[in-house]
Design a protein around this ligand. Structure first.
Ligand code: NAD
Length: 489
């Protein structure tokens, strides 16, 4: 089944203090379809003044507004209303997400459902939040350790999961009593702006959440530099993460950095190879391969490598590339032309460093004459540590294959990149699973599954993949300050 694209160009102003600015009377950013170049949306190109205005609104809403002082029960009820409204608007949200990102519509639908669940989960956390009391500090002494909202939280987002990654931050911040300034990616701002309208409808007071569209240098940098922002939660590339860290150095704001990844999928010879095959394909090609936790490196044990790779290549040949709104599409176009060129350059580099292309590498059949940013799902064999593609994020539908002999070598190869975001391993041996999982230097490890989880489970990186955690109780605590109160009678 094919879903019809939206027929009108969506126009959005900036959302500050509970209202959208007029969209028409200022410089703007056009978002064109990665499928055919058609204009999809026009966003306001926010500038320093807009960013400062939004920060001031969030500051007022935190210092004077009702939100931080609202009972946790009432905050939870509001978050639940947001989740209901997201579900009521799911079709529109998913269509916008698929059109702007180029991800297959079914993945966009699951992003919307997952985002609503994150609001529901955060509502539960708001109600369950509590502190500690200590009485062992001597006669007549009582100490309280309480969690307070961290203040004004800035959120800067990438383009690959525009709504879902916002939902990994915003409901947790709101549950804690923070106010927020959101800076979505300039390529995919639609669903953050739609969510702003939903938040207002659900009863989130004016100024509590502000959404400023625009480029990183114009809006994001102001959020990093501002002393009125207490906390900045960033998801994006490691290079931008470093720039934000430097820009924020003159302030004492807390940072949470969700950066790049280069995950390994380790397949041992005793694995359920059918499950492993499905998992490796999903890990590599889910969300067009534009996924921070993509299993972009297959590490496969020598003794099974020939057969496993043969089956993998045959399965990859069946992957359907095309329009994200076509229900049969598995992989859509890359986000923009520059990114397509980057992915192609990586494929060429992998080959020039001794890799052998087993499948893909070119323009997919059926879209040769289209103006879309398409690339074939690609598997490159014999990629060694000497190849840049073993280490660098490709962020497209490209899987590299490297062989190993034993668990020790698998761990060494998996840990050989500067990143440490996630990894998967496939084995029926529970001792080996646990021992390898403990040795992987990454924030998440999946055993006999991949890119899996739920709102309860924290996500985040080690090494150059960053620090700080999202989701789960740890994700909630990121948006709180601990205060100790000691009373002596
Ligand atoms: P990016 O770093 O180019 O941009 C991310 C955001 O930062 C955008 O909103 C951009 O406008 C803004 N920005 C750019 N320069 C800035 C500056 N100087 N100051 C402040 N803000 C600035 O990343 P991208 O290309 O949008 O996304 C892809 C990257 O995101 C990949 O590296 C991927 O691994 C990473 N990512 C990480 C996670 C995670 O959970 N760790 C999740 C998704 C994506």
């Amino acid at each position: 089944m094919t879903t019809a694209p939206a027929t009108t160009i969506r126009r959005y102003g900036i959302f500050v203090d509970g209202a959208f600015d007029a969209a028409d009377d200022r410089s703007s950013i056009a978002r064109n379809s990665p499928v055919d170049g058609r204009e999809l949306a026009v966003y306001a190109a926010g500038d320093r003044t807009d960013a400062l205005r939004a920060i001031a609104a969030a500051r007022r809403a935190f210092d004077d507004g009702p939100w931080p002082a609202t009972s946790s029960m009432d905050r939870a009820r509001t978050l639940l209303r947001v989740a209901d409204l997201m579900r009521a608007n799911a079709e529109r949200l998913a269509l916008i997400e698929a059109e702007e990102t180029g991800k297959p519509l079914r993945y966009a639908e699951s992003d919307v459902a997952g985002s609503a669940e994150l609001f529901e989960y955060a509502a539960g956390l708001a109600m369950a939040a509590h502190g500690e009391a200590h009485t062992g500090l001597g006669e007549g002494a009582t100490a309280l350790v309480v969690r307070e909202p961290a203040g004004v939280a800035a959120m800067i987002l990438p383009w690959n999961f525009p709504l879902l990654l916002l939902a990994q931050k915003l409901p947790f911040a709101l549950a804690a009593g923070c106010t927020a300034v959101v800076k979505p990616s300039e390529f995919t701002s639609g669903t953050a702006l739609e969510l702003a309208g939903i938040l207002a409808e659900a009863g989130v007071p004016a100024g509590v959440v502000n959404v400023v569209t625009g480029y990183g240098a114009d809006v994001g940098a102001v959020l990093a530099e501002s002393p009125d922002v207490d906390l900045l939660s960033f998801t994006g590339s490691t290079a931008t993460g470093h720039a934000i860290t430097a820009a924020s150095a003159g302030t004492a704001k807390r940072l949470s950095m969700e950066l790049g990844g280069k995950a390994a999928n380790i397949v041992f010879d005793d694995a359920d190879l059918d499950d492993a095959l499905d998992g490796v394909l999903f890990g590599a090609f889910f969300n067009n391969g534009e996924c921070c936790v993509a299993g972009s490196r297959l590490l496969v044990q020598d003794s099974i490598a020939d057969d496993f790779v043969e089956r993998l290549v045959a399965a990859a040949q069946q992957i359907r590339v095309g329009d994200p709104l076509d229900g049969s599409t598995d992989v859509g176009p890359m986000i923009h032309g520059g990114h397509l060129e980057k992915v192609r350059a990586h494929i060429a580099s992998a080959e020039s460093h001794g890799g052998r292309i087993a499948v893909g590498g070119g323009v997919p059949r059926g879209v040769e004459t289209s103006s879309g940013h398409f690339v074939e799902p690609t598997i490159v064999l014999d990629v060694t540590e000497a190849s840049p593609e073993f280490h660098q994020e490709i962020f497209g539908p490209v899987l590299t294959v490297t062989r190993f002999t034993d668990a020790e070598e698998a761990v060494a190869l998996a840990n050989a990149t500067e990143y440490g975001l996630s990894g998967s391993l496939w084995t029926k041996n529970i001792d080996r699973a646990l021992s390898v999982a403990k040795k992987l230097r990454s924030g998440r490890v999946w055993v006999n599954t991949t890119i899996d989880g739920g709102p309860q489970l924290p996500a985040g990186g080690m090494k150059q993949s960053g620090y700080g955690r999202e989701m789960g109780n740890a994700g909630f605590e990121e948006f709180t300050e601990v205060k100790t109160i000691l009373i002596r009678e």
